[in-house]
Design a binder for this molecule. Structure first.
Ligand SMILES: O=P(O)(O)OC[C@@H](O)[C@@H](O)c1c[nH]c2ccccc12
Length: 232
């Protein structure tokens, strides 16, 4: 997918989560996004959900604006501009419009949350009306089948089970065969924190990894080096 050994990084801005509680409450979305952008992240995922993740749509706008502004600085053109993902529980077309308005390039659609009809309608709306190819999240073979049925091209396997929050890093690996040879970018989501994790997925044909908590917990000044190490 890119020059960094084939695996792209989707770096996430996430202050809190239902499974981990508070992670980085005082995080500044703008500076976090600049660091991600200038360290080689291909996608910046911004949690906009307020109740469980303590995010806001304003975080998305600030992150997008700050990352764009960073590219005006001399010497900042070493990396491609990252794409922005609105991470939220999307169940209505209106939220897709909202995502666009606040600076997102695309949205997350969670298969487990939607009937097949609604999943398909939201997917088609995003692609055909807004020109945005969503990240479609699955957690098992049945959901993967549903994602393939609607024609999803970017499929994320969440290693975290949304019912009990257990993380099983093998979840992505076990489903990888279902997309091999298809025109699909397979993404591994959750629980990723080391170069070794990324390497395992790279060998299995995973195109992108999404990292949230590990990046949000990186000590001050260490986020950039952490990213470079993950990708290097
Ligand atoms: O913080 P981690 O372990 O790197 O995981 C991030 C990511 O997978 C997670 O934020 C996520 C995956 N799917 C979601 C759906 C909604 C909200 C959040 C998510």
């Amino acid at each position: 997918m890119d020059e960094t050994g084939g695996v792209s990084l989707m770096s996430e801005i996430k202050r809190a989560s239902p499974s981990k509680g508070d992670i980085a409450l005082s995080a500044n979305a703008a500076s976090q996004a600049q660091t991600y952008a200038l360290s080689g992240a291909s996608v910046i995922s911004v949690l906009t959900e307020p109740t469980w993740f303590k995010g806001t749509l304003l975080d998305l706008r600030l992150a997008r604006t700050a990352a764009d502004a960073a590219y005006i600085k001399p010497g900042s053109q070493d990396y491609e501009r990252p794409a922005f993902l609105r991470k939220d529980f999307i169940f209505d077309e209106y939220q897709i419009d909202e995502a666009r308005l606040y600076g997102a390039d695309t949205v997350l659609l969670i298969v487990a949350m939607l009937s097949q009809d609604r999943l398909s309608a939201l997917y088609n709306y995003s692609v055909q009306v807004r020109g945005m190819e969503p990240l479609v999240e699955v957690n098992n073979a049945e959901e993967m089948q549903r994602a393939l049925e609607i024609g999803a091209k970017v499929i994320g396997v969440n290693n975290r089970n949304l019912h009990d929050f257990n993380v099983d890093m093998g979840t992505t690996s076990r489903l990888a065969d279902m997309v091999s040879g298809k025109d699909v970018v397979l993404c591994a989501l959750s629980g990723i924190s080391t170069k070794e994790d990324v390497e395992v997925y790279r060998k299995q044909g995973v195109g992108a990894v999404l990292v949230g908590e590990a990046l949000m917990r990186a000590p001050e000044g260490q986020t950039g080096p952490f990213i470079k190490n993950l990708l290097g």
